[in-house]
Design a protein around this ligand. Structure first.
Ligand code: FES
Length: 120
C-alpha cells in the first residue's frame, strides 16, 4: 500500500470483505469500486436518503471522524431509522478515508439494513 492508499475490511455476518481505498474515498466508494458483495448497501448512492449504508466504526475511528466530520442533522435522522444502531454508528457514504486513518481499517456492517425511502 502506498501513502495515499488504505485497506478497508468490512466485517459482515457472512464474512469479511476487503477493499482498497484512496484517501478521500467514502466507505460507499470503497464498496462500489471494489465490487464488494454487500447486498443493498448504499441504495441511494450516497444522497443521504436511505440509511442502507449504516456501518459501525471502531471507537477510535468514530472519534477521529467525529472531530473532522460529525454527523449532520440529516445523517442523524437517518441513523435513527437504522436497525442495530450503536454509539459508533455512522452512514458509510458520509465517512471519508483520511490521512490520519491507519493503513488497515475495519468497519462492521450490521446484518439488517433498512431503506428509509420505503418507510411511510
Ligand atoms: Fe443512502 Fe448513504 S447511501 S444514506
Amino acid at each position: 500500500l502506498q501513502n495515499e492508499q488504505r485497506q478497508v475490511k468490512f466485517v459482515t455476518t457472512n464474512g469479511v470483505h476487503i477493499g482498497k481505498a484512496n484517501l478521500g474515498d467514502s466507505l460507499l466508494d470503497v464498496v462500489v469500486n471494489n465490487d464488494l458483495p454487500l447486498d443493498g448497501f448504499g441504495a441511494c448512492e450516497g444522497t443521504l436518503a436511505c440509511c442502507t449504508c449504516h456501518v459501525v466504526l471502531s471507537p477510535d475511528h468514530f472519534a477521529r471522524v467525529d472531530k473532522v466530520n460529525p454527523a449532520c442533522e440529516e445523517e442523524m435522522d437517518l441513523l435513527d431509522l437504522a436497525p442495530a444502531l450503536s454509539d459508533e454508528s455512522r452512514l458509510g457514504c458520509q465517512i471519508k478515508l483520511d490521512k490520519s486513518d491507519p493503513f488497515v481499517l475495519e468497519v462492521t456492517v450490521p446484518e439488517v439494513t433498512r431503506d428509509a425511502r420505503t418507510l411511510d
